[in-house]
Design a protein around this ligand. Structure first.
Ligand code: C5P
Length: 298
């Protein structure tokens, strides 16, 4: 017997970051949009104990030990229900690794939901969301999907209305970026000035509600972008190539280094993707639209 869960990637259409808190995290106003690039997590009983395998183009970069967020999710749910995490977790990986698209968080939420179904724990949605929040700031959103405003570390969610489909092109960079490293550079770039409280942009929320790509393009923002660019200056080349190809907006996705290009429709997505591929500024190019549904059994 096995259970498979499909989980989407995300892009932040707004990422407002406050000053570092005493616990080292940063308060955020994070407007998440789930997009249709998916990882699939399959769990099956494993008499020999917890085991993780991964397949996909980036599989070699995924840790298969206890540090894997999917393994940690299985351990956390097992501990909560007083049982052993004796499962084989297989991750079919399509979301870029260390790319700022919440791929690790997706696997975490997927493993949690899959183990819950396999073990018949019957955990409530609220319990699963609490566990997600303990496991990582972006994990609750991977469970919920759609669009949501995340506050606190990003883990406290308010679901948002979305009035249409948004088309995106993503340029995957040659290497990954560490999220803590990007936040550290953010802190350094803020030294000596007061960092404002992060607040959600009404323009972003209105553009999402209307399903209006031009309005969204005019209001997207990412406070981590300067930090990501300072660690990875070559990203400027991908951003410029996407803009030159006619993208409505070009930005770093989350902590990067994936760059995200909002385009008007599927046809512009194909054109922009082609131009980015030819530009030689990235390793690969993906197209996806959002909002996409959250973690779900297949
Ligand atoms: O919550 P998560 O484990 O995904 O966070 C990874 C790292 O990103 C944290 O250890 C922290 O350095 C940084 N982070 C942060 N503020 C947030 C979310 C993450 O500083 N709101």
């Amino acid at each position: 017997m096995s259970v498979t869960v499909r989980v989407p990637a995300k892009v932040n259409v707004q990422l407002a970051v406050g000053a570092a808190r005493p616990d080292g995290f940063h308060d955020l106003a994070s407007v998440f949009l789930a997009v249709g690039l998916y990882d699939e997590v399959t769990v099956a009983p494993s008499p020999s104990g917890l085991r993780v395998t991964c397949a996909g183009p980036d599989a070699a970069e995924v840790p298969l030990d206890g540090s894997n967020l999917a393994a940690r999710a299985a351990e956390a749910l097992a501990a909560r229900y007083g049982r052993r995490a004796d499962v084989h977790l297989h991750i079919a990986k399509d979301i870029p690794v260390a790319g700022g698209m919440a791929g690790g968080s997706a696997d975490c939420a997927g493993a949690l939901l899959a183990c819950d179904a396999l073990w018949g724990t019957g955990a409530s949605r609220a319990e699963l969301l609490d566990l997600c929040a303990e496991l990582g700031s972006d994990v609750p959103f991977s469970l919920v999907g759609g669009a949501a405003l995340g506050t606190g570390r990003g883990e406290r969610l308010r679901e948002l209305e979305v009035g249409g489909v948004f088309h995106w092109v993503f340029a995957v960079a040659e290497r990954g970026l560490s999220t803590p490293a990007v936040f550290r550079v953010f802190d350094r770039l803020c030294e000596g000035r007061r960092v404002p409280e992060p607040v959600a942009s009404q323009d972003v929320l209105d553009a999402l509600a209307k399903g209006d790509p031009d309005a969204l393009a005019a209001s997207v923002s990412n406070d981590l972008q300067p930090a990501a660019l300072s660690l990875f200056p070559e990203l400027a080349g991908a951003l410029a190539a996407g803009r030159a190809a006619g993208a409505l907006a070009a930005m770093v996705s989350g902590s990067g280094p994936t760059t995200a290009f909002l385009v008007r429709d599927a046809e512009s997505a194909a054109r922009t993707a082609q131009a980015l591929r030819r530009s030689g500024t990235c390793r690969s190019v993906r197209m996806a639209s959002g909002p996409a549904p959250g973690a779900a059994l297949v």
